[in-house]
Design a protein around this ligand. Structure first.
Ligand code: SF4
Length: 266
């Protein structure tokens, strides 16, 4: 079950124990804008003893938020889902960030035994065989680790923007994530791509060099390609799929999809 847009009035989702705190935070954040959302959220979480985490894929938007959050709280908790299939450039950026800002990411890797079973049964490139297989791989390598990353978190931040795709056009700044029982905040929801890059340049924040080579959206290496001029920004994600929503399930799914019985592929 995915997240649902939340207003000040309809946040209560019983019997979730954090709903009251979420309502208080939503009230405080109402009407705030981007950096102010981050500041208010961090402050409110600190005051209420609520664990706040930022999910980072090391993409441009997440670099903006990491910089904003670290300026506010040097001990900010930023986590990365290390799928084991990321680009080397992404790992390079991760190392660079740790050196530049003197902090450590919380790294969540997939369960080794589950990956072993999946790859043994369906091959290392099962995702090319079907949408179902691809979603299974995303669940094992991303969604399940995300669920662990958010255990005990009362609020989390993402770099989702409405302009990233049609599927994200309605992204709210503040929403109640029913699946994880946490407040989900998307401070850059209304930002344009230009605003993201203006911020990175103004503050000299490091970014993934793949962005300079036609990759507006960066995921796992085997599932991401550069896009051509004029293509949808997420056209390079799972480019071989037609008609399917270009999402890995991090913002939409919490249960594992069934795997087709196809043998090892490509
Ligand atoms: S993006 Fe590709 S490699 Fe990464 S988890 Fe999803 S299917 Fe697997």
């Amino acid at each position: 079950m995915g997240a649902v847009a939340m207003s000040e009035r309809d946040v209560a989702v019983e019997p979730l124990v954090t709903a009251d705190r979420a309502r208080q935070l939503a009230t405080r954040l109402a009407g705030s804008q981007d950096r102010e959302v981050v500041r208010q959220l961090a402050q409110a979480c600190a005051e209420t003893g609520t664990t706040l985490k930022l999910a980072s894929s090391l993409g441009a938007e997440d670099q903006v938020l990491t910089h904003m959050l670290l300026e506010i709280a040097a001990d900010a908790r930023v986590f990365v889902l290390d799928t084991g299939r990321l680009h080397q450039q992404t790992y390079d950026l991760m190392s660079r960030m740790m050196t530049r800002y003197g902090f450590q990411y919380e790294v969540y890797a997939p369960q080794a035994e589950t990956v072993q079973e999946m790859v043994s049964a369906h091959g290392p490139n099962l995702f090319y065989a079907s949408v179902e297989n691809r979603k299974r791989c995303c669940f094992v390598r991303k969604v399940e680790p995300l669920n662990r990353a958010l255990q005990g978190a009362g609020a989390w931040m993402t770099g989702l923007r409405r302009g990233q795709s049609d599927d994200r056009a309605d992204t709210p700044v503040v929403e109640w994530d029913e699946a994880h029982g946490a407040l989900k905040v998307n401070p850059l929801a209304t930002w344009s791509e230009q605003q993201v890059w203006d911020y990175l340049r103004e503050h000299r924040v490091p970014y993934n060099e793949l962005h300079d080579h036609g990759y507006p959206s960066i995921g796992c290496q085997p599932c991401t390609r550069a896009i051509d001029q004029g293509e949808d920004p997420r056209a390079g994600r799972w480019w071989w799929e037609n008609g399917a929503a270009k999402e890995c399930g991090l913002h939409t799914e919490t249960v594992p999809p069934r795997v087709t019985e196809a043998g090892p592929t490509g």
